[in-house]
Design a binder for this molecule. Structure first.
Ligand SMILES: [Fe+2]
Ligand SMILES: [Fe+2]
Length: 205
């Protein structure tokens, strides 16, 4: 993605919600890391790390159209608010449609589908999802588990995180799920190390 466009997008997200900007950046980083790990292990991810990064950055772009009172609500969303929130997949499609970002439309619309076919908006099965969408789907889930939510703190137990992701990892990546799982573990260890260094530097500030 063009550097200027990336800066503009990140600034617009930041103005709307710091959490949205941070989550989009983290999803982009994890997505490109998964693809790099697949490439390094001789698998064909059917997309480049750069494409995965851009797709990760854009996946929640439709949240720019969700009101700030819902997006930044410090408590659990009501069913009605959740319904509105879920529309971010189709609103995101409107954002990328007829632009140079249109090739990421599939990711924007389908990143909440899952291996069991119980996701939204279309309840698709793993076989119906594009390779890039599967990568962002996993990266999005990992980033969400690492975020603070109004009803829970960021999850600190890596084994619990992996158990939560197991079904989708196996369902979405069957033949290469071990490699993707390793990429998730690598990301978690880098994330924990970075967090510990940051906390250390706060302690001595
Ligand atoms: Fe989303
Ligand atoms: Fe997301």
């Amino acid at each position: 993605m063009d550097h200027n466009l990336k800066t503009v997008l990140l600034n617009v997200m930041y103005a709307k919600s710091v959490a949205l900007r941070d989550h989009s950046l983290q999803t982009a980083e994890i997505s490109s890391m998964i693809v790099r790990n697949l490439l390094d292990s001789g698998n064909d991810p059917a997309c480049s790390p750069e494409d995965a990064y851009t797709a990760g950055l854009l996946h929640d772009i439709g949240k720019l159209f969700v009101s700030e009172s819902i997006l930044n609500k410090p408590s659990v969303l009501t069913d009605r608010e959740m319904e509105t929130m879920r529309l971010h997949t189709s609103w995101g499609l409107q954002f990328v449609k007829n632009t140079s970002l249109e090739r990421y439309a599939e990711v924007v619309v389908h990143h909440h589908e899952n291996a069991a076919g119980t996701g939204y908006p279309h309840g698709l099965r793993a076989s119906e999802l594009a390779p890039l969408t599967k990568v962002v789907r996993i990266a999005d889930t990992l980033s969400a588990l690492l975020e603070d939510r109004p009803y829970r703190r960021s999850i600190a137990d890596d084994r619990f995180i992996l158990s939560q992701m197991e079904q989708d990892l196996e369902g979405l990546f069957n033949g290469s799920s071990e490699i993707v799982c390793k990429a998730v573990i690598n990301y978690l260890s880098a994330f924990r190390k970075h967090k510990a260094i940051k906390e250390d530097s706060y302690a001595y500030a």
